[in-house]
Design a protein around this ligand. Structure first.
Ligand code: SF4
Length: 442
């Protein structure tokens, strides 16, 4: 429920981390605008500076604290400003942050988003410091429909679940976002219908494990099937699929729905079964590979992207070679590659970190180089091909250029009228690069 606070205050949001955090920041932005606050994209102009943080990797955490210190020194010259710190680090460190960082006014957790406007009002009126990191442990469902704001955007994120029950041994998410909770089926439907009314043409359904979504007898497949029928919605994407839970029935259903784009994001993490077991991933390489082959068999042009962790405790040169060889054989369209970093509370943090930093760095670079080569070759195959592109906007620096994405998620730039924004157009690809394609209207 939205409480309406009459306010004429500017706020700024700095977001760190994954798509779920981006989605949360967008929701928070809409919520604050509906409550009469004004958005500013420059923290110097803002009365309230909000940080939505990520603790998945140590580096992300360090970056967040660097920004916090920058905002605190800005506050020294502007003491009336309010600094709010939320998201995964807020949830993890709770009130300890208020003690450690004078100048910080609000710490909010991953389930406190809807309360932020009223918490900010309380701070403004009473000038007291607050933390709110409570979780609702009784409810297994979440209600969070916040009306969309028309802002010219064509694509939007729609969380369908929060939290995770998987406890992969390296991952902090179950500790910062709690157990998996699903949004009611009807609430997701209404949210997407509202998004379409506000100009959104492509949605990405978000969850740590979208395939385990359920509401009563409704599954992820039922949800996608129903969303596929919404008038005005052109494209549906989803992430992340868990390799253990993505079923052949799921893959068949995604292929049947015309609006579902030909893209699966299926995190591999490692191609060594020994490491997969230590990671508590719940699948073997052979099971993972079977799913990839099934996806490609049903629709060969479907792309698969992945995540890989390098240097997990105990990873030998042979384990790493297995991963490298599998990446070579499978030809992922792209891969997010990460160096393992120890996270508090996780099972893996009890393991001895056997891989020296220099070895981790070298292995990471090897896999990045290989993937770059593969991605470049894949993109070259688009040359002279016809591609259907959803036009998302006008490039900032090149007035005549529009940008959009193919159904397989490739970014394309091309010349055209701004009236095309929000429409799907057929393009011939005339140039390719490792990350972007160039096209012309057919
Ligand atoms: S599936 Fe594993 S890696 Fe993904 S959020 Fe859950 S615990 Fe973390």
């Amino acid at each position: 429920m939205i409480t309406t606070i009459k306010s004429n205050i500017n706020f700024f949001i700095k977001t760190f981390g994954c798509q779920m955090n981006e989605a949360d920041s967008e929701k928070l932005k809409a919520l604050l605008i509906h409550n009469g606050f004004n958005y500013s994209d420059n923290f110097n102009d803002a009365d309230i500076i909000i940080m939505n943080t990520c603790s998945v990797r140590e580096k992300a955490e360090k970056t967040a604290f660097q920004y916090l210190n920058q905002f605190r020194s800005h506050k020294r010259d502007n003491p009336e400003k309010i600094i709010a710190f939320g998201g995964c680090i807020g949830q993890e460190k709770k009130k300890e942050l208020l003690k450690k960082f004078p100048g910080l006014d609000l710490v909010f957790g991953t389930e406190s988003l809807l309360k932020v406007p009223s918490l900010l009002e309380e701070i403004r009126k009473k000038r007291r410091r607050i933390y709110d990191t409570e979780w609702d442990k009784e409810n297994r469902i979440i209600n969070e429909n916040i009306p969309w704001v028309k802002n010219g955007k064509i694509t939007g994120f729609v969380p369908i679940s929060r939290g995770c029950n998987n406890f992969c041994s390296y991952c902090i998410v179950p500790f910062t976002r709690g157990e998996e909770k699903n949004r009611p089926f009807i609430s997701v439907m209404e949210d997407v219908e509202d998004a379409v009314r506000n100009g959104i043409r492509e949605i990405t359904l978000l969850g740590q494990n979208v395939n385990s979504y359920y509401d009563g007898d409704k599954s992820f497949r039922d949800l996608v099937g129903a969303l596929n029928k919404i008038d005005g919605l052109k494209r549906i994407r989803f992430m992340t699929s868990h390799p253990r839970d993505l079923s052949e029935e799921d893959i068949q259903m995604m292929n049947k729905c015309a609006k579902v784009c030909e893209h699966f994001h299926l995190p591999l993490q490692s191609a060594s079964n020994r490491i997969l077991e230590l990671m508590n991933r719940g699948y073997t390489l052979e099971e993972y590979d079977k799913k990839i082959r099934y996806i490609k068999r049903l629709k060969p042009h479907t792309i698969v992207t992945t995540d890989i962790i390098i240097g997990f405790p105990g990873e030998t040169e042979k384990d790493f070679e297995d991963t490298l060889n599998y990446v070579k054989k499978t030809e992922f369209d792209s891969a997010f590659t990460f160096m393992y970093s120890k996270r508090p509370n996780t099972k893996a943090s009890e393991l001895e970190d056997t891989v020296p930093e220099s070895v981790k760095k070298r292995r990471l670079q090897d896999v990045i180089d290989l993937q770059e080569k593969i991605s470049r070759c894949i993109n070259e195959k688009y040359l002279d091909k016809k591609e259907n592109v959803l036009v998302e906007g006008i490039c900032k620096n090149e007035k005549l250029k529009l940008f959009g994405k193919t159904r397989t998620g490739k970014a394309v730039i091309f010349s055209g009228s701004d009236e095309l924004v929000g429409q799907e157009v057929d393009l011939k690809i005339i140039n390719t690069g490792p990350h972007t394609l160039a096209g012309e209207i057919i």
